[in-house]
Design a protein. Structure first.
Length: 324
């Protein structure tokens, strides 16, 4: 009788490791976060970018194994992770949230990659404390130079959800939703009104607020001018005021009473400054572009019969722009 030796080889194939997470929760999540720029709110013509930081905490109970987790952020009311939006009535402000201050990755929901979420883990416990916690943060900012109307009511995105999952986003086993918190992002658009006095056709320059018009040798009918450029997100009112009641007076006035009349037009409309008081010259509602509204101003020399004495004749025009 023959016998055969049967050798049974057993191979242990390990199952994918489960994330050993217990009682995972989000903590210290602010319900509302408000944008703060240099003006206190959002200045629509400020070209600078102001990063806002949102801090929160992930808590869990210690177990006998490492706990992996990650946190995501929903798209909000825009439904677009690439371009989130704050809204007020029919107006919108584009903004977004990022995983770090370098803005290298947009913070996404669980459709993103591992680098597009906030990931963390709890290691094996080393003490008797059963509660473990990690502090995290992300940043968000409103894109600069969005000319939207000023409003006391903030632009907001109230439809954002922060979600905490156990496991790995790209793991073999699907992650498990552990906790959610809602956040409202908001920004108040500050009232902004600026004026620039520039050479005809030149761009807005906030540092350029003085213009000198030199007629050289005066002649009746001679014209000179420049551009008043106004940018505003709250409407605007332009007033002009002549220090000499719309007359160019002699440099030795009042000892020499000679004077020269002139006319002034703003954006094609003649303005009467003979009272010497501030006079409305232009009124507008709504919002300009970041380039501003261009209002050409022109001065035309009148009859020269009032100038019998040679010398320098001048007047000073004060231009003031306020929110309408």
């Amino acid at each position: 009788m023959r016998y055969r030796l049967l050798t049974l080889l057993l191979f242990l194939i390990p199952a994918p490791a489960m994330a050993a997470c217990l009682m995972l929760t989000l903590a210290n999540v602010p319900s509302v976060v408000t944008f703060q720029g240099a003006s206190g709110g959002y200045a629509v013509f400020d070209p600078a970018e102001y990063l806002q930081t949102v801090n929160f905490r992930v808590q869990g109970e210690a177990t006998g194994a490492t706990c992996d987790y990650f946190v995501t952020l929903s798209a909000g009311q825009s439904g677009n992770l690439i371009q989130r939006k704050l809204m007020l009535d029919m107006h919108t402000l584009n903004y977004n949230a990022y995983t770090n201050a370098g803005k290298s990755n947009i913070l996404k929901d669980n459709s993103g990659t591992q680098s597009e979420v906030i990931a963390g883990s709890f290691p094996l416990p080393t003490g008797v404390n059963l509660v473990q916690s990690n502090d995290h943060n992300f940043v968000w900012t409103v894109d600069p130079l969005q000319a939207v109307p000023a409003s006391a009511t903030p632009y907001s995105d109230p439809a954002l959800t922060l979600r905490l999952y156990s496991g790995l986003l790209t793991g073999i086993i699907a992650p498990t939703l552990e906790d959610t918190k809602t956040i409202t992002f908001q920004a108040r658009a500050d009232s902004s009104v600026d004026v620039s006095l520039v050479d005809s056709g030149a761009p807005f320059d906030i540092s350029d607020t003085v213009q000198v018009i030199d007629f050289n040798t005066l002649e009746s009918g001679e014209q000179r001018g420049f551009d008043v450029v106004v940018r505003s997100n709250n409407g605007y009112r332009v007033t002009l005021q002549s220090e000499n009641n719309q007359r160019m007076v002699h440099e030795r006035a009042p000892a020499i009473a000679d004077a020269i009349d002139y006319t002034v037009t703003l954006n094609g409309a003649e303005i009467d400054l003979t009272s010497g008081a501030p006079t409305d010259a232009a009124i507008s509602t709504g919002t300009t572009t970041a380039a501003g509204a261009r209002l050409p101003i022109e001065f035309t020399i009148g009859n020269m019969t009032g100038a019998e004495t040679g010398g320098i004749y001048s007047d000073v025009i004060n231009v003031e722009v306020t929110a309408n």
